[in-house]
Design a protein around this ligand. Structure first.
Ligand code: MEV
Length: 422
């Protein structure tokens, strides 16, 4: 069925799910086994028990394909796991508009994470700071013993800093390790390293180590994505101006800024979930980064060029891994990574940032034009029709009538069904 390897999918939503899967199979060279796992989308109990405790079952979320994405000149089909209607359609739409002007340019800064060791009850702060810094090479070497594979690949603990922290229980010292986690998310590596060096830090400082753990404010793991959106494709100059107004609203008001960022995370987390990422770490990283300066900020910024086209830029921390964690053990996550065809964590982060930017563009465009509810209506009406008892072609028919007549309710669906003798 695939004649050309492109992510530009016209009316993909109109195909049966079998046909869609056939397209993805050819695009990503999936095996029969992978196709069957995607269709059954259940976890084997054994796999589930290796991931969590007290397991009694699983929870399924639909995976759809984010279409039309051209990122750094490469075509991607993007698996997105979300229960929210319109998210995948919106991202695909944003990507389609970006595509006509060359798609997204995205760049990951790398995979550096920070592990923190908290030290209290210090007899002499200055001495402790000097002693720890003087022993930096030894501490880094000791930390790196916990990650030989990462080291052999050029990653590992690279730097160490010390800072004095004023707290309501007196001054403390924070020793911070900066770890290049490469293709791993890095949480476990950072935690292991922090625990490994804790006794050394205690003895060098003369203080009491309270804890050692990774920080989820991953300000050293930033990704940027940018794209140009054609004015006419957006609906004209008035829409561009309104999107710029919406951008200013988000920049000036945290109550709006957080919803703006939530829309971005609709796409980012959907890719994260499909590829087995720690979505709580993604969310924590993003919202803490957005408030870093003491004021909550949107992750995107928008401006118009001299021709009136829109240029969007997104900058955000994206903590993901393609090695370790669920990305390596969850069978569906592995298939989703195969569909994406990314070479490692930095490329995955670049894809996710591009999805976030497309998602934000689509949300703002809908908000400043027809609103977001209209797009939700089709699925909403279908759900009502199904809950009233419609099956097969009746689902489309009943929901279509309810939308046309602007009467979407359970009782009306029931009435229409009884008129059909169903
Ligand atoms: C809904 O899930 C997301 C939006 O509210 C995002 C936004 O307001 O920018 C539409």
């Amino acid at each position: 069925m695939v004649t050309e390897r492109t992510s530009r999918l016209s009316e993909f939503y109109k195909l049966s799910n079998k046909k869609r899967l056939e397209f993805v199979r050819e695009f990503a060279n999936l095996t029969d086994q992978e196709i069957s796992s995607l269709q059954n989308f259940g976890l084997e109990m054994g796999d589930a028990e290796r991931m969590s405790e007290n397991v009694v079952g699983g929870f399924s979320v639909p995976i759809g394909i984010g279409a039309n994405f051209l990122i750094n000149k490469k075509d991607y089909l993007i698996p997105m796991a979300t229960e929210e209607s319109s998210v995948i359609a919106a991202a695909s739409n944003g990507a389609k508009i970006a595509r006509s002007r060359g798609g997204f340019i995205a760049k990951s800064q790398g995979s550096q994470m920070r592990a923190q060791i908290q030290v209290a009850n210090l007899p002499d702060f200055n001495r402790a700071e000097v002693t720890i810094i003087e022993s930096k090479d030894f501490i880094l070497k000791t930390a790196n013993k916990r990650a030989p594979t990462l080291n052999s690949l050029g990653g590992g603990a690279k730097d160490l800093k010390v800072r004095r922290l004023r707290t309501d229980r007196g001054d403390m010292l924070v020793v911070e390790l900066f770890v290049d986690c490469q293709d791993a998310m890095g949480g476990n590596t950072c935690n292991n390293m922090a625990e490994e060096i804790a006794p050394i830090v205690a003895s060098l400082s003369g203080g009491r180590v309270v804890m050692g753990v990774v920080s989820n404010l991953a300000s050293e793991r930033l990704v940027t994505a940018t794209a140009l959106f054609d004015k006419e494709a957006l609906g004209g100059g008035k829409i561009v101006e309104a999107i710029l107004d919406a951008d200013s609203f988000a920049r000036s008001d945290p109550y709006r800024g957080v919803t703006h960022n939530k829309g971005i995370m609709n796409g980012v987390v959907a890719v994260g979930l499909a590829t087995g990422q720690d979505t709580r770490a993604l969310e924590a990283g993003v919202h803490s980064y957005a408030s870093l300066g003491g004021r909550y900020r949107p992750l995107t910024s928008w401006k118009a060029n001299e021709k009136g086209d829109l240029i969007g830029t997104l900058e955000m921390p994206i903590v993901v891994g393609t090695i370790g964690g669920a990305s390596t053990v969850h069978p569906i996550a592995k298939i989703c990574l195969k569909i994406l065809g990314v070479s490692g964590a930095p490329e995955l982060a670049e894809v996710m940032a591009s999805v976030g930017l497309a998602q934000n563009l689509a949300a703002l465009r809908a908000l400043v034009s027809e609103g977001i509810q209209k797009g939700h209506m089709r699925l909403h009406a279908q759900n009502i029709a199904i809950s009233a008892g419609a099956t097969g072609p009746l689902v489309e028919e009943i929901s279509g009538t309810m939308i046309r007549e602007e009467k979407i309710s359970f009782n009306y669906a029931k009435k229409l069904l009884s008129e059909k003798g169903a």
